[in-house]
Design a protein around this ligand. Structure first.
Ligand code: SIN
Length: 285
């Protein structure tokens, strides 16, 4: 697709594009917003470079993609409660968002889109990896696709099977973020299909991860986990992925319905600060 209001530079063969020349404060430029929506559908992840946004300006830009969704485990900004800071200080060892996942699938209506704005970035490292879960689904054998089509999974915020510890242990070590409500994580549970259909493109994508999927319908955790682990490892095949590098003033949008992401924790000794706002709560189908 050709875009007339900005330049889209693909990040890999699988997904992702850097967007140059867009202005996220130009709310009257309907053509640009239509093209950004189109670019997000085409690339699944768009990293819009060269912005300078206050929190309210990020909120207004994100509003073109849907209404805000609430994140249960971090305190929001006082005047924009749905917007949370994602911070790792120089002395911290843990980061937020490490490990492949789609955002908050334990909600009944997880956000379709996440926006992340870079306030401060480390001199090197601190990238975010993304994977195309539509491609991951399409590259499975017909037999396995037939087996998992129509199967639902139980998604939990407990992070019980997350490599590296459950939510309470993990969040206790994320010392510089205003994490909250961690002891109620086990109560956030939802049931969704593990192969979901994108409401705009009609394409199917894997929706299942070790991070959040406890078990499959009518199966025990012990029975389900080997398959979940296999699908999780398959979904992170390098050929399905791209890497987003950050610079201050960059706002990245991603589509949680057909991607997973993983915040790389390779910048100990440096500070990283982002603002995160998810939008468009939507029941996976
Ligand atoms: C997240 O998982 O939402 C955070 C990603 C990042 O900080 O790169």
């Amino acid at each position: 697709m050709t875009y007339t209001t900005f330049e889209a530079r693909p990040l890999s063969g699988a997904l992702g594009a850097e967007i140059h020349g867009a202005d996220l404060k130009a709310h009257g430029n309907t053509r640009m917003w239509d093209e950004l929506q189109q670019a997000l559908l085409e690339f699944k992840v768009i990293a819009v470079r060269g912005q300078n946004l206050l929190p309210a300006e990020q909120r207004d830009a994100a509003a073109h993609f849907g209404k805000p969704s609430h994140y249960p485990f971090a305190q929001g900004l006082p005047d924009i409660p749905e917007m949370t800071l994602v911070v790792k200080e120089a002395q911290d060892r843990r980061n937020f968002g490490n490990g492949w996942h789609s955002d908050t699938p334990y909600l009944a209506e997880p956000p379709a889109i996440t926006t992340l704005y870079a306030v401060e970035t480390p001199p090197r490292g601190g990238d975010t990896l993304f994977t195309n879960t539509q491609m991951a689904y399409e590259e499975l054998s017909t037999g396995l696709r037939r087996m998992i089509d129509g199967v639902s999974g139980v998604f939990s915020a407990s992070l019980k099977y997350r490599p590296g510890g459950n939510r309470q242990e993990h969040h206790a070590k994320i010392t510089s973020m205003p994490v909250t409500n961690t002891d109620s994580a086990d109560r956030y549970v939802s049931r969704h299909p593990i192969v979901r259909t994108h409401p705009q493109t009609g394409a199917k994508a894997l929706y299942c991860s070790l991070t959040h999927t406890l078990h499959l319908d009518e199966m025990t955790e012990r029975e389900s986990q080997p398959l979940i682990k296999m699908l999780y490892e398959h979904a992170s095949t390098p050929e399905f992925t791209c890497r987003v590098r950050w610079e201050p003033g960059q706002m990245t949008f991603w589509d949680n319905r057909c991607t997973m992401h993983n915040a790389v924790n390779d910048y100990h000794g440096a500070r990283r600060e982002m603002r995160r706002l998810t939008v468009r709560p939507e029941k996976p189908v």
